[in-house]
Design a protein around this ligand. Sequence first.
Ligand code: SF4
Ligand code: SF4
Length: 105
Amino acid sequence: MDIICREQTCVYNKGFSCSKRKILIGDKVTCTDYEKNSEIKNIEDTSKKVFSNEPPKYHAHRESKKGCIHCQANCLFRNEQTCEANGITVNKLNGKPFCVTYFKE
Ligand code: SF4
Ligand code: SF4
């Protein structure tokens, strides 16, 4: 289970990977464990440099069998209260960390 996340202002975000192994996606499909990192002032848009000579550093794929995503959204990948996708991607939508792997049931 890997959690890719684009919400870089969160304390748990390490190079676009979530370091918190247990999170809860709420019924509005947003991550309820977001915690603002007060030390981060400006977020650089590194996506422009992906194909440059000096690409930005991203965290390696962080596969974890201990990871667990609890979820309350009405999604195809949810079984009981747990996400059964192989991994999820969280993106910042309308200022909120939204699970874009969501697939309406
Ligand atoms: S917003 Fe949620 S998924 Fe993203 S780094 Fe923070 S806790 Fe992890
Ligand atoms: S993929 Fe679906 S079940 Fe898994 S966390 Fe996202 S919304 Fe919840």
